[in-house]
Design a binder for this molecule. Structure first.
Ligand code: PLP
Length: 391
């Protein structure tokens, strides 16, 4: 007769059925066990062939990584707990004391903070260049370890000619990394243009539902494995299995969402351009966009753009307070429309503030066009503009 087991022993062990599940299960486990000394020994000999511990590898996270690598046409991806974890890890992996990073102006504000406040502590130097100016980039490249790109750039949506920039960086043997959060692999695949590594804040369009913070790096296997074996493991910014599952759920609708964001944002940007209270619109899809020819190389435009409103701070306050559907908020890429008035970024008034350093116009308003009906969104903006007239 089979020996009866104690309930606490029974509860401690599950059989791992997959039930032919159509959606990958969430492997919410911290560690993975081995059946024998020999099996564990073979895992130590070839760590990539086994799962050990979820700070290293987790099957749910791996499913997400494989999907995003394939979308970006990269060999391998590595997921992180935030876009900033991916960004800081990618930069640190390429630098040591004495290294120089060349970074485009108007990068994401916390990338700027990392490069100007944390990296210098370790003797890593940064030079900011106008990403629209190939000659300026070329001049900065000699002796650099890393060229950090973001195309389009935050807030002002300046583009870099990625193919030309990648070729220049190769000549100077400088590693290239790009923040591709805005375009997503649906509209831009920088690895195909010669860029070495792509990163995303997956908190934005990749997740797409404003319910998780995550990041990811994609590149050649050798580069990802180098990061895996050191920075990823010891800095510990891993993605949780549940959040990987949320991202996989978000990814399923990425192409549909991007098409809808593009359609609505372009419609609203075109209407804003002719509005009497709007001084200029920074949207890649408009004929008036100064880099329109370069913009046409992208597969499309997303739902995030900015415009300059013809109003002072008091007017901007009345405008945003009147909006009903556009919620005041940072971040973007989710279902819901958001408004961010750049004037709020000027609280700190020194060169460590990127808004000050990069001369962001104080009348700049950034809009995240969500998936609501664009006519409702336009009516909301018109109500906001009407508030400008009231005193
Ligand atoms: C939000 C954002 C980041 C940072 O990502 P987190 O997931 O918030 O850490 C980086 N780059 C861009 C362009 C972003 O919008």
């Amino acid at each position: 007769m089979a020996k009866s087991r104690h309930p606490s022993t029974i509860l401690a062990h599950d059989s791992s059925y997959s039930f032919g599940a159509v959606v990958p299960p969430i492997y919410q486990t911290s560690l993975f066990t081995f059946e024998s000394f020999d099996q564990m020994e073979s895992a130590f000999v070839d760590p990539d062939s086994h799962h050990f511990y979820s700070r290293g590898n987790n099957p749910s996270v791996e499913v997400f990584e494989q999907k995003i690598a394939e979308l970006e046409r990269g060999e391998q991806a590595r997921a992180f707990s935030s876009g900033m974890a991916a960004i800081s890890t990618a930069i640190l992996a390429q630098c040591q004391t004495g290294s120089k990073v060349v970074c485009v102006k108007n990068c994401y504000p916390d990338t700027f903070k990392f490069l100007t406040q944390l990296a210098p502590r370790y003797g890593i130097e940064v030079e900011f260049v106008d990403g629209r100016d190939l000659a300026a980039i070329e001049q900065a490249l000699p002796n650099a370890s890393l060229l950090y790109l973001e195309s389009p750039s935050s807030l002002l949506f300046h583009l870099q000619d990625l193919r030309a920039v990648a070729a220049l960086a190769k000549q100077h043997e400088v590693f290239t990394v790009i923040d591709n959060s805005w375009a997503t692999p649906i509209f831009q695949r920088p690895l195909e243009l010669g860029i070495d590594m792509v990163l995303h804040s997956a908190s934005k369009y990749i997740g797409g539902h404003s319910d998780t913070v995550a990041g990811v790096l994609v590149g050649r296997s050798a580069d990802i494995q180098r990061i895996n074996s050191l920075e990823y493991t010891v800095l510990g910014g891993k993605l949780s299995p549940f959040e990987a599952w949320l991202l996989l759920r978000g990814l399923r609708t990425l192409p549909l969402r991007m098409a809808a964001h593009q359609r609505s944002a372009l419609e609203i940007a075109s209407r804003l351009e002719t509005h009497k209270s709007v001084a200029r619109v920074n949207h890649l899809g408009l004929a008036s966009f100064p880099q329109a020819k370069l913009a046409a190389r992208l597969g499309g435009t997303s739902g995030l753009f900015s415009f300059e409103i013809d109003a002072d701070e008091a007017g901007i306050k009345r405008f945003v307070n009147r909006l009903e559907y556009f919620k005041l908020g940072v971040s973007w890429g989710g279902y819901e429309s958001l408004v961010f008035p750049a004037v709020l970024g000027f609280q700190r008034r020194d060169a460590l503030n990127p808004f000050v350093r990069f001369d962001i116009p104080k009348n700049l308003i950034r809009l995240n066009i969500g998936l609501e009906d664009p006519e409702d969104l336009w009516a909301d903006l018109e109500a906001g503009f009407a508030a400008l007239e009231e005193l």
